[in-house]
Ligand binder design. Structure first.
Ligand code: SF4
Length: 349
């Protein structure tokens, strides 16, 4: 996944204990000082081709100090979105929204002040008090998504940030961390999360995944890991996402659900829940993808089936038309009931 050759670092990040640890992990990497982790023009943006992006994602890290530490309300996947300890990803899913601010060639930026991030979450949690009533996010705990702009399992290959957050949450009985992942990192099994971290393995039909989930762990490996993560003390949920509506999608999702039913241990099934997330796309990403992965766009970009919708951050996205989306969610819910009736759907979006 990573073969780090260059580390761009803000001076304060390079001098911090976490920064020094990371630099020490990659002794062969060249250290390059930058004024701001946000603005490294030849690294970010959409210039070049995907070979270059993948090379950059594999060989380059950025270290920065996170300045703002907002905890944002969510209410769907989690109650709250924690300030992330990273931004960017070494994988390259064709539908990914994470690069929207830096451009597609967006390697991982690691924030070296994870203590400040954990502190901000703890202050927020303390001010909230216990969760007053159950909701679909969790019956008892306030759920904080700790991986909105990256993949915490890959981040754990680089630094102790993911481990530090998991260890922090295990001390907070009214909270739970949550992150989605497409990468199986078995080092996470050693962290003893004591039920206070929810891992959401993202799954989709393997054919879609081979086309769209560039550089991720195979879907079968993610499913095979679920039992081990549960046994290691994680709560294990699934993201059925993104659901890409294309000819034959129903049969392929039915097969995936049957596989989940056959392969998952009974203990996983007894506790599992799922988020169903229909594909969101946007024109800018469509145009970027046409340059490097046009086959992905044959299934992702379907103007006759999609409508524009302004997202919370002001971007104009496209989502499936309301009628089509309603019908697809209803159909997938039927398929779940038929093939994996133990899988509680927390929400469908
Ligand atoms: S794993 Fe997640 S963050 Fe990484 S490229 Fe794929 S969708 Fe984006």
């Amino acid at each position: 996944m990573l073969d780090v050759r260059e580390i761009y670092a803000e001076p304060a990040a390079a001098l911090s204990p976490r920064g020094r640890e990371i630099i020490g992990r990659f002794p062969g990497a060249r250290l390059i000082e930058v004024a701001s982790h946000w603005n490294i023009p030849h690294l970010h943006g959409n210039e070049g081709n995907v070979d270059r992006w993948v090379r950059v994602k594999r060989s380059t890290l950025v270290l920065g100090v996170r300045k703002s530490l907002p905890v944002r309300p969510n209410g769907r996947s989690a109650d709250w979105i924690a300030p992330g300890a990273s931004n960017g990803c070494a994988m390259a899913c064709a539908y990914c929204y994470v690069p929207r601010r830096k451009g597609y060639a967006n390697p991982i930026t690691v924030f070296t002040n994870v203590d400040a991030i954990a502190g901000a979450v703890h202050r927020h949690l303390t001010a909230l008090g216990p969760k007053p009533e159950p909701n679909q996010c969790d019956p008892e705990a306030w759920v904080y998504d700790i991986g909105e702009n990256g993949d915490c399992s890959v981040d754990a290959l680089i630094s102790e940030n993911t481990a530090d957050l998991i260890r922090a949450f295990r001390e907070w009985p009214t909270a739970k961390a949550s992150f989605a992942t497409k990468f199986v990192n078995r080092e996470l099994l050693e962290l003893d999360p004591r039920g206070r971290t929810r891992v959401r393995f993202s799954v989709m039909p393997p054919g879609d995944s081979r086309l769209l989930d560039v550089r991720t762990s195979p879907v079968a490996d993610r499913i095979a890991a679920a039992g081990d993560f549960l046994a290691a003390g994680y709560e294990v949920h699934f993201n059925l996402s993104p659901v890409v509506v294309r000819p034959g999608w129903e049969a392929d999702w039915a097969e995936l659900l049957r596989e989940l039913d056959e392969v998952l241990p009974a203990a996983v099934k007894a506790r599992a829940a799922a988020e169903v997330i229909m594909l969101t796309h946007n024109r800018e990403l469509h145009e970027v993808n046409l340059g490097w992965h046009p086959r992905a766009e044959e299934v992702l970009w379907r103007p006759e089936a999609q409508q524009a919708k302004r997202s919370e951050n002001g971007a104009v996205n496209v989502r499936y038309r309301d009628d089509l989306k309603r019908a697809a969610v209803a159909r997938l819910t039927e398929l779940i009931a038929a093939h994996a009736p133990w899988l509680r759907v927390r929400y469908a979006f």
